[in-house]
Design a protein around this ligand. Structure first.
Ligand code: NAD
Length: 268
């Protein structure tokens, strides 16, 4: 018997991540692309956007109308954090699960999204980083922080990234902060010759954000102890690095409850 395919709406379909998601779902028989939504490239065929893969779905602007017409199982969205809450509302009031990848969603909006998911009994996911290697990097950093409380993070992204520090750097710092069993070594007050030279501080972890053309998404977590350092580095070299995680979340989300934040919750 043929297995039921997961009916998917891709939101932000014309963007860099959206096109990669189109390619990923259109080349996996577990998924059926039923609609593509974006506020640009309206009327374009997803076959053109996805490199001649999958069905000839035309990009449309109105997400609510697309959900009403196609009644999908799940939306996968990489658009902009400013519309996350509204799109979560539209999805959950129709009992459609969502997998959100746009970064920078505020804690207050996440709390409201969690309530929407619980009240409607419609599970959703927000994943600041879908790369399996990045999730492992955070996991290893948590282990290291137990023994090496002094850490700094350098994250590197392409020059069109809006938010800084990245969601991954924020989350890594928070995890280090929680996993430490002793306080970081106090440092003398720095004599700053340039504003921001010591980076921003998240959970007492200095975080430095590099933005340059040519980069995609990279991060180093550096721990220092007496006479030793430990560097954990992850590189996303291609947007394809996120797709295994995206597909796993889309397949898993309906079996969860409330709002699940982070890929680690379903990996470990
Ligand atoms: P992009 O600018 O190339 O694409 C965003 C797309 O969303 C555009 O096509 C835009 O027209 C569309 N869009 C914006 N607002 C919309 C709305 N209200 N309705 C419908 N479509 C809308 O950006 P990108 O590089 O694809 O990144 C998108 C987001 O994904 C960013 O927040 C980025 O930080 C995040 N991101 C997350 C991960 C992860 O692993 N979670 C990985 C890479 C990027």
């Amino acid at each position: 018997m043929e297995q039921q395919r997961l009916r998917v709406v891709v939101v932000g379909a014309a963007g860099r991540m959206g096109r990669e998601v189109l390619r990923a779902v259109c080349s996996d028989p577990a998924f059926e692309l039923v609609a593509a939504v974006d506020r640009s490239e309206i009327g374009s065929s997803t076959r053109e956007l996805a490199g001649h893969l999958g069905p000839n779905v035309l990009v449309e602007e109105d997400l609510a109308a697309a959900l009403d017409r196609t009644k999908p199982d799940v939306t996968i969205e990489f658009s902009h954090q400013s519309v996350a809450l509204e799109h979560a509302k539209w999805a959950t009031e129709r009992n459609v699960s969502f997998v959100f990848g746009m970064t920078g969603i505020s804690g207050a909006h996440l709390a409201e999204m969690e309530k929407l998911c619980l009240d409607s009994k419609t599970p959703g996911m927000y994943v600041p980083n879908f790369a399996i290697g990045a999730v492992l990097m955070m996991h290893f950093a948590e282990i290291a922080a137990k023994w090496l409380p002094d850490a700094e993070i350098i994250e590197f992204h392409h020059d069109r990234k809006e938010d800084a520090p990245s969601g991954t750097a924020m989350l890594t710092a928070e995890k280090i902060g929680k996993a430490r069993t002793s306080a970081p070594t106090p440092l003398p007050k720095p004599l700053l010759k340039a504003e921001g030279a010591r980076g921003g501080s998240v959970s007492e972890v200095p975080v430095h954000s590099v933005r340059l053309p040519g980069l995609l998404a990279h991060q180093e977590v550096i721990f220092g102890g007496p006479g030793e350092t430990l560097t954990i580095r992850h590189d996303s070299l291609d947007r394809a690095s996120f797709m295994q995680g995206v597909k796993l979340c889309a397949k898993t989300v309906k079996s969860l409850s409330g709002l699940t934040i982070g890929l680690d919750k379903i990996l470990f």
